[in-house]
Ligand binder design. Structure first.
Ligand code: KIV
Length: 301
């Protein structure tokens, strides 16, 4: 029988590295989170991996892409997520231009994310990024790769498009995945690729693949939390399954609060602090006699 969540051991990189379904492992469950409250909630739900994705830029900071996210943004949000989790592995996305120019710089930037609380980092791209991967791994920081539809390449791709639809492209993607594995990645995210290609890559690699819009054959799945909860303003991509309409719940709750305030129903007697008789009398008479705390005031502020 599976241990209750509170007794589960912390998920580590070697645990995730070993999760190949063809070897009998359960699929990896990964989800994004960007702050302490959601990190606590998704950890309590028993996910294996929390990704502090650079979708932070779109989902939380309101930008139209991930390119505006800076290392300082990631450091701040990785810290919040790390403080909220108890069991899940925390993966930090390396933002655009934090690993593109110099492997040494890439390792230093990765170390800032680890110091903030990440267990490992994720970066986008294949052969062109193996220098960065090797430098980061040499600094003892595990790296998750990311291939296919890589959102930091939005301009080079000419938009957010499914990748690897033609054979030459698909074969090249298999080679990129093998190159990442050789460079030392412990897993690879496959985003926006045909399911048959994801299946081929998953079969080719010893390390696990984690799919998003890549079909059911991967060794794990990842989704953006706010897409799954019905809370993001971007139209949900085809591969998203909405498990709740939390956005509607939030709007309805806040609307009810607004109605109560406007109608004078909030705050009520039980939501107010009460004065002692002495204080009431003093206030009513305009005297400067002050009383002690009123009934119930000692309970909670
Ligand atoms: O930034 C992110 O949220 C991601 C996932 C979409 C895999 O990279």
């Amino acid at each position: 029988m599976e241990a209750p969540l509170s007794e589960r051991a912390r998920v580590t990189v070697p645990v995730v590295r070993a999760k190949k379904r063809r070897l009998g492992a359960d699929p990896i469950v990964m989800i994004t989170a960007y702050d302490d409250p959601f990190a606590r909630l998704v950890d309590a739900a028993g996910v294996d991996v929390i990704l502090v994705g650079d979708t932070l830029g779109e989902i939380v900071l309101g930008y139209g892409d991930t390119l505006h996210v800076e290392l300082a943004d990631m450091v701040r949000h990785v810290g919040a997520v790390a403080r909220g989790r108890t069991h899940a592995l925390v993966v930090a996305d390396m933002p655009w231009m934090s690993y593109h120019t110099d492997p040494y710089e890439a390792a230093r930037n990765a170390s800032a994310l680890v110091r903030a609380g990440a267990d490992c980092v994720k970066l986008e791209g294949g052969r062109r990024r193996t220098g960065a991967v090797e430098a980061i791994v040499a600094a003892e920081i595990p790296v998750m790769g990311h291939l296919g539809l890589t959102p930091q390449s939005v301009h080079a791709m000419g938009g957010y498009r499914v990748q690897g639809r033609v054979l030459a492209e698909a074969q090249s993607l298999v080679d990129e995945a093998v190159a990442l594995e050789k460079a030392g990645c412990f897993s690879v995210v496959l985003e926006g690729v045909p399911e048959a290609l994801a299946e081929r890559v998953t079969g080719e690699l010893e390390i696990p693949t984690i799919g998003i819009g890549a079909g059911p054959s991967c060794d794990g799945q990842v989704l953006v939390l706010h897409d799954l909860l019905g809370m993001s303003k971007r139209p949900p991509p085809k591969f998203v399954r909405r498990y709740a309409e939390v956005g509607e719940i939030v709007t309805a709750a806040v609307a009810r609060y607004g109605e109560d305030v406007r109608a004078g129903r909030f705050p009520g007697v039980e939501e107010s602090y009460h004065a002692s008789e002495e204080l009431r009398a003093g206030l009513a008479g305009g005297a400067d006699r002050a009383g002690g705390p009123g009934p119930g005031d000692e309970l909670q502020w």
